[in-house]
Design a protein around this ligand. Sequence first.
Ligand code: NIG
Ligand code: FE
Length: 411
Amino acid sequence: MKILFKNIKKLIQVRNEPLSFVSGKEMKELPTLKNAFLYVKEGVISDFGPMKECPDIEVDEIVDATGKMILPAWCDSHTHIVYAGNREGEFVDRINGLSYEEIAKRGGGILNSAKILQETSEEELFQQSKQRLEEIMEQGTGAVEIKSGYGLNIESELKMLRIIRRLKENYPVLIKATFLGAHSVPENYKNNKKGYLKMLIEELMPLIAKEKLAEFVDIFCETGYFSVEDTELILEAGKKHGLVPKIHVNQFTAIGGVQAGVKYKALSVDHLEVMRDEDIESLKGSKTMPVALPACSYFLSIPYTPARKMIDAGLPLALATDFNPGSTPSGNMNFVVATACIKMKMTPEEAINAATINGAYAMGVEKEAGSITVGKKANLLLTKPINSYGFIPYSFGTSQIESVYLNGKLI
Ligand code: NIG
Ligand code: FE
């Protein structure tokens, strides 16, 4: 299948040289080509350039993009889209004054979702999860990381990870799986966190490694959940099984999780709503990508990741949704990009870099996705006719995406 996009008003995020990620001042630069063509062959970006160099070749389809722009599909490096049921009851409890932490202490929160998931059949869970995946694909996500972490026992954690594998096999979107057994201490280990971690490390991790069910390992490093010491234990064990760390840190309190992530060469450290100067300092010069989740801050009314401070200190930053039933029941990357601009004072260039190339790096797919580069997957967003790409985050409640192409196929 050969498709030629012609007369593209602006081709956005054009990178001729392969690039891992952009940081600091570079994040303000978003390379674009005006009045461009883009040639897609067998699902891969094969050529692009100015219209005056557009090849005169036989193709299966020509798309006239007059007035419209093309950018790489969003790379959402942090989600929990495999879950059962919803938690709108807790949403109302929060409206009525309870905090996220208070709800969790009463047995709500993650444990509530774990209970429902354990009682849901694998087939039913797959059906619920695939609906969310299809929704985010339509909204423009071309690569997504999905975590376990609502199973909290051997059988249900494996059930979640097998569903992620099944999604990988059945959808054109790029998917990476993360083992998040250490998301919360389950009821049956209530006073035995050590025992739970021992079970995860000695029994569950070897099974996951044997079936190759995950690429990454995660832990909720947070006061009341897992300590820095627990985090190091899990990351050390993950390393033995070839699982690269991507961790939840500094959501409500700063306890040294960022430093542990850097020490264990985490691919990313995520959340970062509460950042001390020493946390920012520790990320400098590392290959660990900080990831902000503004839709979570929005939904829980907690602080936003101090993006300005971090980028101005020279750090890179990625944006992701955190799609999950408790803190972020939305997987809309368009909303995330807009909220980053509106609430975190990121420029449209910074936000688009953070949601494409840097997001791809944060989930290890930067060689396949995240930019318009020859050889990368043709995961593309074609906009409606717009004047400038700043209009995408500006018109925050309305999608400016007209169509989504994954592996060169219209979704
Ligand atoms: O990333 N913070 C930890 N985990 C999820 C929320 C989980 C839940 O509330 O179900 C998050 O926000
Ligand atoms: Fe999360």
